[in-house]
Design a protein around this ligand. Structure first.
Ligand code: GLU
Length: 364
């Protein structure tokens, strides 16, 4: 039984490696155990949004192709077959508890404009309001190349921010982030990471998982970003029995890595902007004085007087990167002018901001 938790919303991301056996087939026993736990969490008042990988892995074992396919075609084929299988299992497993789930397949483009973004959010909100568990995966069959998420870790970070969740739990097949090679006996799981103080870049293993696309590097990058938006992030082992219940009821009894959420309120618009970097159409370079002002504690908009250079071709309302003089990215924002007009305004005083504070996300 889970200790009663009220008004908590969490996003749980389950990686392909959690859901597949060594031989690459779908581990339905594991799926079943995780669904049991999700249903139990729901009964205790926790709202759960599920981001589940596993489509490509599930599809691979279903078909032998006549000829060797290229990477894109095989991903499209396997995911088209595997997603049906994956969601079918989820449907049956939730149904056994008389609980309803629904599927959302997303592409990166679905998050590109504020309108698309709000449509997605509305869809998930209405599902949660009706006690339906949203199960989200990337639409691998149609999202290829530049339309792709780096992996489902990136998608889960976006969903956690979009849904204003209190926690993002990323389930992988290891216990968390280690301070060395996870297979070495001297290595230990880093229990807590304070993104402002701890720099653990050297510890991150760059090797990728065998079944999914992600690796520890993207998990770490996403976890940092999401924690900076005030959401607690947990990286834990989804292959451990009872992991979701233990994380809530007895966290002291298990190993995992926790990213301390930064204690700040980030508006929903700023969260959208923070995750829109992939859609940036240009760069705005600013001088030292403007950099210092933006990095300070005051609510400041970016004025033309602080701009030194504009790179790229963008329209009004496009997402742009804000860069310091030395080329370091300071943040992301929505531009009030197109690139041509911004260039004309460089150095001008008493004009409306190029990026208003409400549409500005500074990474610090
Ligand atoms: N969406 C992919 C799948 O379901 C997995 C992507 C990832 O590995 O993160 O198979």
């Amino acid at each position: 039984m889970v200790t009663k938790k009220k008004n908590i919303r969490i996003v749980v991301k389950i990686g392909s490696n959690v859901l597949t056996r060594k031989d690459g087939t779908l581990d339905v026993t594991r799926m079943s155990a995780l669904v049991d736990q999700i249903v139990e969490l729901k009964k205790s008042g926790v709202e759960v949004v599920l981001v589940s990988s596993g489509a490509v892995a599930a599809g691979k074992s279903e078909i032998k192709t006549q000829s060797k396919l290229d990477i894109i075609s095989s991903r499209q084929l396997y995911s088209a077959i595997g997603q049906v299988k994956l969601i079918n299992h989820y449907y049956t497993l939730f149904h056994q508890h008389k609980s309803v789930c629904g599927q959302i397949l997303a592409t990166k483009e679905d998050f590109s404009t504020r309108r698309h973004y709000l449509n997605q959010r509305n869809c998930m909100e209405v599902m949660l309001d009706n006690n339906v568990t949203p199960i989200i995966n990337e639409n691998d069959a149609i999202s290829v190349n530049e339309l792709m998420f780096t992996d489902n870790d990136e998608l889960s970070g976006l969903v956690a921010a979009m849904m204003n969740s209190q926690q993002l739990i990323i389930l992988s097949n290891i216990n968390g982030i280690y301070n060395g090679n996870p297979s070495s006996p001297e290595s230990e799981v880093i229990k807590e990471i304070d993104t402002h103080k701890d720099c653990i870049d050297d510890y991150i293993q760059t090797s990728k998982s065998s079944a999914g696309r992600g690796g520890m590097q993207t998990k770490y990058n996403i976890a940092r970003k999401v924690a900076e938006e005030g959401i607690e992030v947990i990286i834990a082992n989804g292959k451990k029995e009872n992991i979701l219940i233990d994380l809530i009821n007895s966290p002291q009894s298990i190993e995992f890595t926790r990213f301390i959420p930064v204690n700040k309120k980030v508006s929903s618009v700023k969260k959208w902007i923070a995750h829109s970097e992939g859609f940036a159409k240009g760069e705005i370079y600013i001088n030292k004085c403007a950099s210092e002002a933006l990095l300070g504690d005051k609510a400041i908009s970016l004025l033309p007087i602080g701009i030194t250079k504009v790179v790229g071709d963008f329209e009004e309302d496009d997402i742009v990167r804000i860069m310091s003089e030395d080329g370091t990215q300071l943040g992301i924002g929505k531009s009030s002018y197109n690139s041509e007009k911004t260039i004309q305004l460089i150095g001008k005083k008493k004009v409306k901001p190029v990026i208003h504070y409400d549409y500005l996300y500074i990474e610090k």
